[in-house]
Design a binder for this molecule. Structure first.
Ligand SMILES: NC(=O)C1=CN([C@@H]2O[C@H](COP(=O)(O)OP(=O)(O)OC[C@H]3O[C@@H](n4cnc5c(N)ncnc54)[C@H](OP(=O)(O)O)[C@@H]3O)[C@@H](O)[C@H]2O)C=CC1
Ligand SMILES: O=C(O)CCC(=O)C(=O)O
Length: 432
């Protein structure tokens, strides 16, 4: 099956079905999880610089809000589909529950290759999309943030457009903003920082010394590029990275600052001085201790999982591993830190940003990072503890059990699941 044919939404539905069964929950619980609560499709007309008008299709999927307002990023990419956005919103519900922050899950996406837009066209698209989905948004309703190909500048335009609609500033409606507009210290690095914290905890659990370990990273954007830098700061030798145009390899260790400046200049990590070209499949098969997939979905499949030699795979990306690949990695004793845990640092600091916006009081970067550290370590220990305790699930299965258990308890207490009991006992009670 080609990567394009793999349907991430069907994958997450299958995993949820398994979790509901393993928890002995009534089928109505799966019925609540399997489809998002609400999905909006929008057509966004954008005047291009040459005076023509192009209509872009976008989505916002709100999966579940039992535990708090919907929360999740906005992706601009040519391969966005409705099912992809629905899957990403489902993962957001699970992720927020795994790290114990009071949010539900949402995600947005627009079918566009933003590299083909001028800055003014990108601004008009960002504003048009947010106007189109504005009825769904609000700091107590649904709070977007950055994802693939969106950043602080895009969030600033969106926040401004929303303020124009409402007639006043509502900074907490969007996170990942530039700091001068109510953004949080540490948000830009947060996803990568959280991911590297989980790598460090996983290494501790396996008795692997980070200092001197080798790593490879797929994707060199917000998550991958910063994760590579933070790994090096921990004494890890990053030997290979790639982006959508190709890869760069140096068995002696890459100079991440040089790679970043080469990418800023040329748009690619490929061809950076002191590196050899390498394909994505070759990176996966490298002899290394740590692998961080930090690009798009379905990078690790049944076809290539068997070639992976890393001891730890920490999913910076959402949905990089298919269920077939998961089985192979489990058999080969690779410790997979699943996306809903490994990349939860981003939404965690988004939550801190929202809290700071509501309080109108801003924390230092040290405060943000130390709170992030606590949350990530606690969540890792919780998932790893459950994984070790139960013998029937891998780390992803353990994270899903924990998240499904927490969201189900929220839905039950709110009365969404009726008055009959939906379960025998809670996972969390058994963990205590
Ligand atoms: N930003 C965040 O806070 C969070 C992001 N994530 C997830 O992390 C992943 C990466 O997001 P983020 O870093 O923000 O996005 P960015 O847009 O900043 O970076 C994405 C990177 O992936 C690269 N890429 C795209 N396609 C491929 C490919 N086929 N092979 C190799 N590399 C590829 C891009 O290449 P190029 O540079 O050439 O375009 C880019 O370097 C996504 O799965 C996202 O959902 C998860 C949690 C939070
Ligand atoms: O920061 C956020 O609110 C969400 C980030 C995101 O989209 C994700 O975690 O996948």
């Amino acid at each position: 099956m080609s990567k394009q044919q793999i349907n991430s939404f069907e994958i997450v539905q299958g995993l949820l079905k398994d979790s509901v069964k393993q928890l002995n929950l009534k089928p109505v619980v799966y019925d609540m999880f399997k489809e998002p609560n609400r999905v909006m499709t929008v057509a966004v007309p954008v005047e291009m610089d040459d005076g023509s008008v192009k209509v872009f299709v976008g989505y916002r999927s709100q999966h579940n809000n039992a535990l708090g307002p919907y929360k999740g990023g906005i992706r601009f990419h040519q391969d966005v589909t409705l099912d992809e956005v629905k899957a990403l919103s489902t993962w957001m519900s699970l992720k927020c529950a795994v790290v114990g922050i009071p949010y539900g899950g949402a995600k947005g996406g627009v079918i566009v290759d933003p590299k083909k837009l001028s800055p003014t066209e990108l601004e008009r698209l960002s504003r048009g999309y947010i106007r189109a989905i504005a009825p769904m948004l609000g700091e107590e309703m649904d709070i977007p943030a950055p994802d693939v190909n969106t950043n602080g500048q895009v969030m600033a335009w969106m926040m401004d457009e929303f303020a124009k609609q409402r007639g006043f500033n509502e900074f907490g409606v969007i996170t990942g903003k530039p700091m001068i507009l109510g953004g949080s210290a540490g948000r830009v690095e947060a996803t990568a920082r959280g991911c590297v914290i989980t790598v460090r905890e996983a290494a501790k659990a396996l008795g692997l010394n980070m200092n001197g370990a080798n790593a490879a990273v797929l994707g060199f954007g917000n998550v991958g590029g910063i994760a590579a830098r933070l790994l090096v700061e921990q004494g890890v030798k990053v030997i290979a990275v790639n982006d959508s145009t190709g890869g760069a390899y140096n068995p002696m260790g890459l100079d991440i600052a040089l790679l970043q400046s080469h990418k800023n200049k040329t748009g690619s990590v490929k061809g950076c001085p002191g590196t050899k070209e390498i394909s994505s499949d070759e990176i996966l098969a490298l002899k290394c201790d740590i692998l961080i997939p930090a690009a798009l979905e379905n990078q690790i499949t049944e076809e290539n999982a068997g070639t992976i030699k890393a001891k730890i795979v920490a999913e910076g990306a959402n949905g990089p591993t298919t269920p077939g690949a998961d089985k192979i990695l489990f058999q080969n004793k690779v410790l997979v830190v699943p996306d809903v845990l490994a990349n939860a640092g981003g939404v965690t600091v988004s939550y801190f940003e929202w809290v700071q916006n509501k309080a109108g009081y801003y924390w230092t970067e040290e405060e943000v990072n130390s709170r992030l550290e606590c949350r990530m370590v606690e969540a890792f220990n919780c998932v790893y503890g459950l994984f070790k305790k139960r013998r029937d699930v891998d780390m992803r299965g353990a994270a899903y059990l924990l998240a499904v258990d927490r969201i189900t308890e929220g839905m039950r207490l709110r009365g969404w699941l009726g008055h009959k009991s939906v379960y025998e006992s809670r996972v969390e009670d058994k963990l205590a």
